[in-house]
Design a protein around this ligand. Structure first.
Ligand code: MG
Length: 269
């Protein structure tokens, strides 16, 4: 789940032990996300995915991080096509050709795991395929930029520039965040930034990096449910999120799937 910009306070540096526990939480979130992605086939409703998420979270021995967060009414966010983030799973039926963004968060043994992915259900348009490729690449470049001694602006710029070179746009109003015992900690990590500016990155920071990329303009609006963020122009949007620990030997992704299984379907790799 993305954070809006907040008042700055101290950024907490995690110990090796805390990072170990965040890795465990991150792996639970990653497993949940992969299992939901597999279940996301034409004909299923977003609400059925949410019910499945509730069962998997219980099986994992975790608790939902989104349910009740500022009143959010579900276990996961399901955002389809022009929905950017924070879609409330309801009766909407997932159809072939939809671009689905799933965002999950859990608490596990006192620490939070938060991760998101986007993918096509069935055959996608060439634009949708390219959006998914570019948005995922934007996150990968941001992860590589998240190095001890670099600046927060370097990370944000990696997202923004990757999207814009491809002719797409990142959104301004939401971004990633620090993460630990709480889901949203300092710093806020925007999807836009200038290289060489902003917070100096230090060993022990753990960031949930999130990129939200629109095919059309960067402008968004909120639906009347108070949560769902959609593109103003109705264009497609994709969302990817990984938790990253900043270590002396480089960025470590804490939310890679524990048992990646090769998929024969395009766009589900
Ligand atoms: Mg998040």
């Amino acid at each position: 789940m993305g954070s809006g910009s907040k008042v700055a306070s101290a950024v907490e540096l995690k110990t090796v032990e805390e990072i170990n526990r965040l890795r465990l939480a991150g792996q639970q979130a990653a497993e949940l996300l992969q299992r939901l992605k597999k279940a996301c086939v034409p004909g299923i409703t977003a609400q059925a995915l949410d019910e499945l998420a509730a069962r998997i979270i219980r099986e994992l021995g975790a608790t939902p991080a989104f349910l009740g967060y500022r009143g959010f009414p579900a276990h996961i966010c399901v955002s389809v096509n022009e929905e950017v983030v924070h879609g409330i799973p309801g009766p909407r039926v997932i159809r072939a050709g939809d671009l689905v963004s799933l965002d999950v968060g859990v608490f596990y043994q006192g620490f939070c795991g938060d991760t998101a992915t986007s993918f096509g259900v069935g055959t996608m348009s060439a634009t949708a395929e390219r959006l998914l490729t570019v948005a995922e690449e934007a996150l990968e470049r941001a992860i590589q930029a998240a190095r001890v001694g670099a600046r927060l602006g370097d990370v944000s710029y990696a997202m923004q520039s990757t999207a814009e070179v491809a002719g797409f746009h990142v959104i301004r109003e939401y971004g990633g965040h620090g993460i630990g015992r709480a889901m949203h900690e300092e710093p806020h990590v925007p999807c836009v930034g200038q290289p060489g500016t902003g917070l100096r990155l230090q060993e022990g920071m753990v960031l949930a990096l999130e990129v939200m990329v629109n095919v059309g303009t960067p402008h968004i609006r909120h639906l009347s449910d108070g949560w769902t963020v959609v593109t103003v122009d109705g264009s497609l949007s994709a969302h990817f999120e990984h938790m990253v620990a900043l270590t002396a030997s480089g960025p470590e992704v804490l939310t890679r799937s524990p048992s990646p299984s090769p998929s024969p379907l395009r766009g589900e790799g």
